[in-house]
Design a protein around this ligand. Structure first.
Ligand code: GLN
Length: 398
């Protein structure tokens, strides 16, 4: 009945009409449906470290089963502050400057809800991790996109145009969202680039919201720099990180924000009413994870370097042009050599006919045409998984 349809539609807010469901998550569902090797969503298919799994079991057994303090268990906040000091030389007050949330995903939306007013603008480098678009819109802010340009030659860097970045800043700009090491490009922002962003933040009185979830996944001598460590940025940065990628526990949903007390208070308020708190036993295990020795992080990066090199050659052999990542665990590729109408047609063909799931590049751009000849593959998978993908991708060449 058309009349009934109309009424049902009225129950849905205008807010949700401005964006679609996540394509990344949809590709995982399609992979399951078609029995494809899943190189789409970035989650490891290998086990998490024994020590932290045991810490989680112990936490449940010793009855850490009720709400933690809303903004995070003390032992985890202390560990986060220690790690910020150790890795980035940033001194953090765990009592007043840390908020633990349900994954860095909740941290990002809580932060944007805490800082944005209607009419505010948020600068986002694109291609960007899918969530940032809907996050900005849900918080009432208007995203302004600045292009990261792919390297002209293989092995080169993704770059942005300084003038284009400056043009995106004006009196309406509330924040710039930064993601380094970057998903999906694998770019690691250099000190010089961060200083440029810093200068604009200071000049236009803008907040930097920086997603550093791939902090420890770096290659070829790349170094991760937190923009909060730059002069003038400590007071105007929300630094976001979490357990998911560093400790291979994406399903635990534990992430955090570090910011000066005034901003932290605003984030804590939103977080409290959104979710109350992140899972208590997993926060306890998180404290144990953050105490792992530095050798753990070196092994993590080296393990991913080997997987990166493995998948780079698999994809290159299959006829894809690869942009070599310096960090994170994704490879962006150029599919123009295949003559497919667009990235969506290509990834549908790949998942149904070849048996490999990847993410269409357009889901990382506000204008789908920009990513129409790009596709993202993840390599946070076991060697057997990557080998099976290689076997299947050979059919692609034919
Ligand atoms: N960050 C991962 C990706 O880009 C997955 C994130 C998610 O689905 N929550 O694939």
């Amino acid at each position: 009945m058309p009349e009934a349809d109309l009424q049902v539609k009225n129950f849905v807010s205008g807010r949700v009409e401005n964006f679609t469901e996540s394509v990344i998550r949809e590709m995982t569902r399609l992979a399951l449906l078609h029995g494809a090797v899943n190189l789409s969503q970035g989650f490891p298919d290998f086990p998490a470290p024994e020590l932290i799994k045991r810490a989680a079991q112990d936490a449940v057994a010793k009855d850490v089963n009720q709400y933690a303090i809303t903004w995070g268990a003390k032992n985890l906040r202390d560990a986060i502050a220690r790690q910020m000091q150790q890795w980035q030389g940033i001194t953090v007050d765990p009592e007043r400057e840390v908020t633990v949330c349900c994954g860095s995903t909740e941290v990002m939306i809580s932060t944007l809800l805490a800082v944005c007013n209607p009419g505010d603008e948020v600068v986002i480098f694109e291609p960007f991790y899918e969530n940032y678009g809907p996050d900005s819109r849900l918080s009432g802010a208007k995203p302004r996109f600045v292009k990261l340009r792919p390297p002209a030659a293989p092995g080169g860097e993704w770059t942005f145009d300084e003038k284009e970045l400056r043009a995106a800043f004006d009196c309406h700009t509330k924040a710039v969202i930064l993601n380094t090491p970057n998903n999906p490009t694998g770019k690691v922002f250099t000190r010089q680039e961060l200083e440029l962003i810093r200068d604009l933040c200071v000049e236009f009185n803008v907040l930097a919201i920086t997603d550093e979830i791939y902090e420890h996944i770096l290659y070829d001598g790349a170094r991760h720099i937190s923009i909060a460590s730059l002069d003038g940025m400590r007071e105007r940065t929300v630094t976001i990180n979490g357990l998911s990628k560093t400790y291979s526990v994406t399903g635990w949903r534990v992430g955090w924000a570090v910011a000066v007390p005034e901003i932290t208070n605003a984030i804590r308020k939103v977080h409290d009413f959104l979710t109350v708190g992140a899972p208590a036993p997993l926060q306890d295990a998180g404290a144990a994870a953050l105490a792992l020795p530095s050798s753990y992080y070196l092994q993590l990066a080296e393990g991913y370097r080997l997987r990166r090199d493995r998948l780079m050659s698999v994809l290159t052999d299959a006829g894809l042009r690869c942009f070599q990542p310096r960090g994170a665990y994704y490879i962006m590729t150029d599919i123009s050599g295949f003559g497919f109408a667009d990235d969506v047609v290509f990834t549908q063909y790949l998942v149904k006919e070849i048996g490999v799931a990847a993410v269409p590049g357009s889901s990382f751009y506000h204008d789908p045409r920009s990513g129409a000849q790009q596709v993202r593959f993840t390599f946070c998978k076991r060697d057997e998984t990557l080998d099976e993908a290689a076997r299947r991708l050979r059919k692609l060449q034919g």
